[in-house]
Design a protein around this ligand. Sequence first.
Ligand code: KIV
Length: 290
Amino acid sequence: MSTTFKLDTATSRATPTPKPRKRLTVPRIRDHKKDGKTKEPLVMLTAYTARQAQLLDAHCDMLLVGDSLGQVIYGLDSTLPVTVDMMVNHGAAVVRGSYHSLVVVDMPFGAYEASPEAAFEVAARIMAETGCAAVKLEGGEAMAETISFLTSRGIPVMAHVGLTPQAVNVLGGYMARGRSQEEHEKIMRDGKAVQDAGAFSVVAEGVIEPIAISLTQTLEIPVIGIGASAQCDGQVLVTEDMLGMFERVPRFVKKYNNIAEVIEQTAAQYAAEVRERSFPGEEQTYQPKQ
Ligand code: KIV
């Protein structure tokens, strides 16, 4: 059983500072692009744990519990083996660790493609057991019927078009999309289809910049770019990528820090102090009371 979600416990949010604000809602995210224009881009990052969510929450509009956790947390080769249980457990942790951002949880590969009814079962479980506000699924035109089925039954959907990592075996790799006229037209049709089906927003991943701009200008819903364009209505990155946790990252990632080095140096210092018996010191040990 993974019903770990509890609404608002004092302990699970540690010491939230600044003080909890009202959580953003799907209509507020959608309305960010009022009249087809976005003034201030939406900020989205992935989060997989409660503590990570606590640290990111105040800076973001949305936190994505991405199925990228398969690679980032579990060391898997792709997102394909990620399970609904994994998404539920990490989704619940992120909701517990946040109080401001809208939390979106990815539907994993194989959990929603077979039919709209199958997708509903999984999405309803994810929402009930995590407390997230929306689910994300990959696919454009092919998923339109499913998106319409979910949204008309109370499940907000963020779509994901362009480079869709769950389709890596069909696409043949993780290369940028939209270089041919055929791909260009397909991405535009996919965006339009998910919007018409009721998606409140769409991630455009790894699409060449002119297409990302044209998709952003054409759609009424916010287009969240990753490897797309600064002209999109918002941006998302995998947090560990932008923190510099990994040596190799996709070309579209900007490394804002070098967390891997911080961890390695800290572990090396700890190891040295253990080996020379300078840790634990007096402050870290319990002495008999005088
Ligand atoms: O799984 C994920 O983290 C994602 C983002 C990269 C958009 O889908």
